[in-house]
Design a protein around this ligand. Structure first.
Ligand code: PRP
Ligand code: URA
Length: 209
């Protein structure tokens, strides 16, 4: 699928296996979410623009490459996306953070938006939307549609686990968005959960079940 990157790095695979285990405690689950996000971010942001700046080492003046501007916005889809924010901020501490609140109706699986607060200059930033789970794709599709309605143009979507159905739906709805997932799973079960997946990401991050 065009615009879809699935990671095969052994560290990402190992940490995701820990994430999936049902006995992994909330604290370790949160740590794994953050660490995997950081590893993904390293690759997903490889096209960040750089510029030559003059600096001085203890030896001499030299021109070196540094990030151009501070033009990144991270947008977690609440709640579970919050778990990925620090993974990105650890590497790009100057990024602005917007929030989109979405919940999936457990019966219909339809997404519902309940909150949206984005940086004022969102139209001028590379936007990284994060959510650990891409299941039917409904939440990500609606969140990105909303971001675009606020002027968002250059958008990447990072998730930890995707179902093929969700990846396909998102790629079709937003062909301009680059999708990065740590793992592409088998599919969805009758309740719309990713198989084998990891269960409910929000509940496992926040200990609500
Ligand atoms: C989960 C997950 C995604 C969504 C994925 O959120 O974090 O946002 O489901 O499903 P979809 O691709 O079928 O839309 P949930 O609605 O459980 O809310 P939560 O993060 O607050 O737990
Ligand atoms: N949301 C989750 O948290 N997990 C799934 O498997 C599907 C949607």
């Amino acid at each position: 699928m065009k615009n879809l990157t699935v990671f095969d790095h052994p560290l990402i695979q190992h940490k995701t296996a820990i994430l999936r285990q049902k006995e992994t405690p909330n604290k370790e689950f949160r740590e794994m979410v953050e660490e995997i996000t950081m590893l993904m971010c390293f690759e997903a942001l490889r096209d960040l623009p750089v510029e030559e700046v003059e600096i001085e080492t203890p030896i001499k003046k030299t021109k070196q490459k540094m990030l151009k501007g501070k033009k990144l916005a991270i947008v977690p889809i609440l709640r579970a996306g919050l778990g990925m924010v620090n993974g990105l901020l650890n590497l790009v501490p100057s990024a602005k953070v917007g929030h989109i609140g979405m919940y999936r109706d457990e019966e219909t699986l339809q997404p519902h938006e309940y909150y949206c607060k984005l940086p004022a200059d969102i139209d001028n930033r590379l936007i990284v939307v994060v959510d650990p789970m891409l299941a039917t794709g409904g939440s990500a599709i609606d969140a990105i549609t909303q971001i675009k309605s606020y002027g968002g143009k250059q958008i990447k979507f990072l998730c930890l686990i995707a179902a093929p159905e969700g990846a396909k739906a998102l790629a079709e709805a937003h062909p301009d968005v680059e999708i990065y997932c740590a793992n592409l799973d088998e599919g969805l079960n009758e309740k719309g959960y990713i198989v084998p997946g990891l269960g409910d990401a929000g509940d496992r991050i926040f200990g609500t079940k």
